[in-house]
Design a binder for this molecule. Structure first.
Ligand code: AMP
Ligand code: MN
Ligand code: MN
Ligand code: MN
Length: 277
């Protein structure tokens, strides 16, 4: 079982656990190095640092930045960042504000679609902070109100790209996201490359651009990925001179198919991203 989990969420974004509970669960699950990588937020890292020490594990400060490349929404994980870096903080402040505004717009859109009032529900799930609200919170609210049968249906019908309640945000562009991370002393990692619904040709193009922009790693071992896909990602990382990362993308009990610290081993021949820490 892997002992490094470099992709997880807390309730500072769309995870359900506090950073403290996340660190305690990590220790119980045998994770010895944990990266907290909340969406566009470093707010949970201070609490996570204290909790990691108490739980006897190492915390790798991280973030997962929403970024645009040629009209495609990408996620770029930053590992081993300095969360006090002013340029990174200012960038994330702007992203969080845009997230809060989108949440209000989405609640209105859902209501106009006849799906009821979701605002109080999503706000409560985001600990009362509108700037933390993500599409996962809306999916949970729709599920709680009986409007969908499961989270996936909420994305398929209403919240996914191109669906009626998907309100696009002008997220930061890919080169700038990489600059924020690398400028804060971190390693930029292309998150879950197999999940962007791109052709193999376009993905190869993206990996070239990612590297040219200063990106240094990509996720290879991610949860619930088929073994042949993991092998392909390992090959792509090696061909493009990228380090290989690994992580569960744990969110909590509302995504019960993901377990903290559980995902395939990194295939032989990959250079682990931790060599750059
Ligand atoms: P946001 O950053 O608010 O746009 O939300 C993105 C998050 O929504 C992702 O990190 C996932 O947790 C979740 N998500 C996005 N697409 C899907 C999908 N098709 N099915 C389930 N969850 C999804
Ligand atoms: Mn998420
Ligand atoms: Mn992601
Ligand atoms: Mn994630």
């Amino acid at each position: 079982m892997p002992t490094d989990d470099f992709h997880t969420h807390s309730h500072y974004s769309d995870g359900s656990l506090s950073p403290t509970a996340l660190c305690e669960l990590a220790a119980r699950n045998g994770v010895t190095r944990l990266a907290l990588t909340d969406h566009d937020s470093v707010e949970g890292l201070a609490e996570a640092g204290v909790a990691a020490t108490a739980a006897g594990i190492a915390l790798i400060p991280g973030v997962e930045i929403s970024a645009m490349w040629e009209k495609t929404l990408l996620h770029v994980v930053g590992l081993n960042i300095d969360p006090t870096n002013p340029v990174l903080r200012e960038g994330l402040r702007v992203q969080a504000g845009a997230r809060g505004q989108r949440a209000r717009d989405m609640a209105e859109r859902l209501s106009a679609l006849g799906l009821g009032d979701t605002w109080d529900n999503v706000l409560a799930r985001a600990d009362g902070d509108a700037n933390r609200i993500g599409r996962t919170h809306f999916a949970q609210a729709l599920l709680a109100n009986g409007k969908v049968r499961n989270l996936q249906q909420a994305f398929d019908r209403y919240l996914g790209t191109g669906k009626p309640a998907a309100m696009p945000i002008s997220w930061v562009d890919l080169p700038t996201a990489i600059r924020w991370i690398e400028g804060a002393g971190g390693v930029s990692v292309l998150a879950h490359p197999a999940r962007y619904a791109m052709s193999a040709t376009r993905l190869r193009g993206l990996l070239g651009v990612f590297r040219e922009c200063g990106g240094r790693a990509m996720e290879v071992a991610t949860a619930n990925e088929r073994p042949n896909v993991v092998a392909q990602l390992a090959q792509l990382a090696q061909r493009n001179g990228l380090l290989a990362s690994q992580g569960s993308d744990y969110h909590g009990a509302h995504m019960p198919w993901i377990h903290l610290g559980r995902f395939p081993d990194l295939p032989a021949g990959c250079e682990p991203v931790s060599s750059a820490f």
